[in-house]
Design a protein. Structure first.
Length: 305
């Protein structure tokens, strides 16, 4: 599976399958820091010496060393991708990107793409219920993340997920290590993402939590009631509108919302607080879920990949 969703810029409430990575930041409604990622050579932060550095800090060799350290290079090698090539770029919106290829720079050889930006994140009090003091946190934001195996094909055991072009490499743990390592070295307070599909939110939930405990509880409730179905089926059922309230029969939408991996200790305490725990549990118990699996599969046939 492609691990962390190729993310769309669609606003909450919009449905559909996003096929290509967007231009610009999907966090346009957040505040950006004045300088964004600073070049580690601070006196050269606006010079050509920084143009070839990922996050204005890491050379291609240093990015490769990070991938070795967190285990992503080993994942690639296990699939037979050993001739690894990295490219680095930064767009006009100061979104930083590196791409990892097998052998040569070609779309058909793309193994990984990571796009990051830096912003100031202030949790919405309407979500946190006053359980955390309003504060501005410097955050590393995931704009786009793909980890895939171009040689593999989708099968019944490894079906295509919404927005997926090719099967993934299975590196949830390694991706989390990479993001945590980058966050620590860049001294940010949080890593932020807004997964556009349900399966991505579940994958992120190994280390991330929804800022809104009601969203967290909704996800846990779906997994409690429908966990006997595959994650692919659940995610597609949200796309087709076939996840329903078990009592009323009304469709239940997956609404994208921010998930956070907290680095700051104060922010981390919010996610272990009594308020967060009770609110998410109440949301999970407030509703039960059903799925019309056959209707979803019929609708799924009409969706072009």
């Amino acid at each position: 599976m492609k691990l962390f969703e190729m993310l769309s810029r669609k606003r909450p409430g919009h449905e559909g399958v996003q096929r290509r990575n967007p231009t610009g930041s999907k966090y346009e409604h957040f505040d950006f820091t004045p300088d964004r990622f600073e070049c580690s050579l601070s006196s050269l932060s606006h010079s050509r010496e920084c143009e070839g550095l990922f996050l204005d800090r890491y050379s291609r060799d240093e990015v490769m060393q990070l991938l070795r350290t967190v285990g992503i290079a080993d994942l690639c090698a296990a699939k037979g991708y050993r001739d690894l090539l990295i490219t680095i770029a930064k767009d006009n919106d100061r979104i930083h990107r590196f791409r990892l290829y097998n052998g040569k720079e070609s779309p058909g050889r793309l193994l990984m793409e990571l796009r990051l930006s830096e912003l100031v994140y202030t949790p919405d009090p309407a979500m946190t219920g006053g359980a955390i003091k309003p504060q501005r946190y410097n955050a590393m934001a995931v704009e786009w993340l793909t980890l895939q195996s171009p040689r593999d094909r989708f099968t019944d055991d490894r079906p295509r997920l919404p927005a997926q072009d090719r099967p993934g490499l299975g590196g949830v743990v390694q991706i989390a290590r990479l993001l945590e390592t980058l966050a620590g070295e860049l001294s940010v307070s949080a890593v932020l993402d807004v997964p556009s599909h349900f399966h991505a939110a579940v994958m992120y939930s190994r280390r991330f939590r929804f800022t809104d405990p009601k969203r967290e509880g909704m996800m846990q409730g779906v997994l409690r009631d429908l966990g006997n179905h595959s994650l692919a089926d659940l995610s597609w059922a949200f796309v087709t509108g076939d996840i329903r309230d078990a009592l009323t029969g009304e469709p239940v939408a997956y609404v994208p919302s921010e998930q956070v991996l907290p680095v700051d200790a104060g922010l981390a305490r919010y996610f272990t607080s009594r308020y967060y725990r009770q609110s998410s549990e109440e949301a999970a118990h407030a509703r039960h879920y059903a799925i019309d699996i056959e209707k979803m599969r019929e609708k799924r046939k009409t969706i072009k990949n």
